[in-house]
Design a protein around this ligand. Structure first.
Ligand SMILES: NC(=O)c1ccc[n+]([C@@H]2O[C@H](COP(=O)([O-])OP(=O)(O)OC[C@H]3O[C@@H](n4cnc5c(N)ncnc54)[C@H](O)[C@@H]3O)[C@@H](O)[C@H]2O)c1
Length: 381
């Protein structure tokens, strides 16, 4: 296998598999792809990501970090979870999820640079970069019940990181969260300030001076994979979003994550943006896709009433290149739970921002989906 030697700013050398040798498209700007700068945290400490940890070994954490380990043999990837059963399965021949291609990826990397365990404290301590990939279901209690995303698992992770971190960390939020959640993670980390742990604001930098060399940067890196095509989506994503703070430390952290993705994804498909734009893009993308399903479902009710065939209409509408044919299949429900969850989260955000018309608009996209379900049930004799 052809290897690329990369010389870092600090003079160290790393070797990478040539992307073409492992069946991947080679980016035009390959020179840039393999240039890596060391990362300067606000503590003034230079950092190079060698150890990545992922909290949450579910669909997103397990599959995305397996692909990361596969594409970045120079990075040690440790995926951890509270569930002993899940970790046992990741370490067995029967992985906890089925995705075409996943078995092969895990087989190649597990024990080499990919590890699964329940030792969260150790993984966090050893990691330079920590992905949070835990579940964020719709809240079933308290304020925002039935709409807002439940961030309790994300919060537990942030508290855990704050508790055990003993060095500079880049925390990457991969879970789908409402806008400003990265800021909450930052606040949780900040609220747990202890000697030796510093944060991105000037106040926190000053507080951290008690023990220089420890700090946090929080990035947003939402995942767009779809179940059933996860490996293909991860290997050839339409785009990767990296959101961060608009500061030199934030940009350095974004550069570091960009460098990781650059191992296999061309530069023009990696979008760096503000944290809030990144978080909103994830919700907006799922809302737009849900809206297409709701639109064709609304048309299907008209079809039924007048005796037209919705699949013919969908096909003819979808052939308009401005519209396109994807997500135009009339169906009962959205096909998966993420669309509804993210739509409701968007509705809740709009309500919280005192934008009732916007909230109603997206709520209606969801209501049409329910309407389709109830009319389908009513049609069953
Ligand atoms: N599944 C998808 O297709 C998909 C696609 C894009 C984005 N997302 C988003 O990604 C996130 C993760 O989704 P998922 O489908 O991987 O969820 P999942 O339920 O499959 O996995 C979540 C994992 O996190 C673990 N966990 C929870 N709290 C923990 C803690 N404190 N410490 C350690 N482990 C903990 C759970 O045990 C579980 O194994 C969600 O926000 C989801 O909305 C999912």
């Amino acid at each position: 296998m052809e290897l690329i030697t990369e010389t870092k700013r600090d003079g160290q050398k790393r070797e990478h598999d040539h992307p073409a040798a492992i069946g991947l498209p080679v980016a035009q700007d390959e020179e840039v792809r393999y240039t890596h700068n060391t990362y300067n945290l606000d503590s003034g400490i230079s950092m190079v990501v060698k150890n990545v940890c992922c909290i949450g070994a579910g669909y997103v954490g397990g599959s995305s970090c397996s692909v990361l380990a596969w594409k970045c043999p120079d990075i040690h990837v440790h995926v951890v979870d509270v569930s002993h059963d899940t970790i046992k399965q990741w370490n067995s021949h029967n992985l906890p999820i089925y995705e075409p291609g996943l078995d092969e990826v895990v087989k190649e990397c597990r024990g080499r640079n990919l590890f699964f365990s329940n030792d969260i404290d150790r993984a966090v301590r050893e990691a330079d970069m920590i992905f949070i990939s835990v579940n964020t279901p719709t809240k079933t209690y308290g304020i925002g019940k039935g709409k807002a995303a439940d961030l309790q698992y994300v919060e537990v992770c942030a508290r855990k990181i704050a508790e055990v971190a003993n060095g500079p960390k880049i925390v990457v939020e991969k879970s789908t969260v409402p806008i400003q959640a990265a800021q909450s993670i930052t606040h949780i980390l900040a609220a747990n300030t202890k000697p030796g742990v510093s944060f991105q604001s000037i106040t926190h930098i000053l507080a951290a001076n008690t023990k220089p060399g420890v700090s946090f940067q929080v990035l947003s890196n939402p995942e767009f994979l779809a179940e059933g095509t996860a490996i293909e989506n991860l290997v050839n994503p339409d785009r990767v979003l990296i959101g961060g703070e608009e500061s030199s430390e934030g940009e350095s952290a974004m550069e570091e994550l960009t460098w990781i993705y650059h191992h296999w994804i061309p530069q023009h498909n990696i979008i760096t943006l503000s944290t809030w734009s990144s978080q909103l893009t994830k919700l907006a993308s799922n809302a737009f896709l849900a809206q297409r399903v709701s639109s064709i479902n609304a048309i299907s009710a008209v079809c039924e009433a007048i005796g037209a065939d919705v699949s013919q209409v969908a096909d003819a509408v979808g052939r308009d290149s401005r519209i396109g044919s994807k997500f135009l299949h009339a169906s009962v429900g959205f096909g998966g739970s993420c669309f509804e969850k993210d739509l409701l989260s968007l509705v809740y955000i709009a309500e919280s921002l005192n934008l009732p018309e916007v909230a109603r608009y997206w709520q209606h996209v969801n209501d049409i989906n329910h309407y389709q379900r109830t009319s389908f049930r009513a049609a069953i004799p």
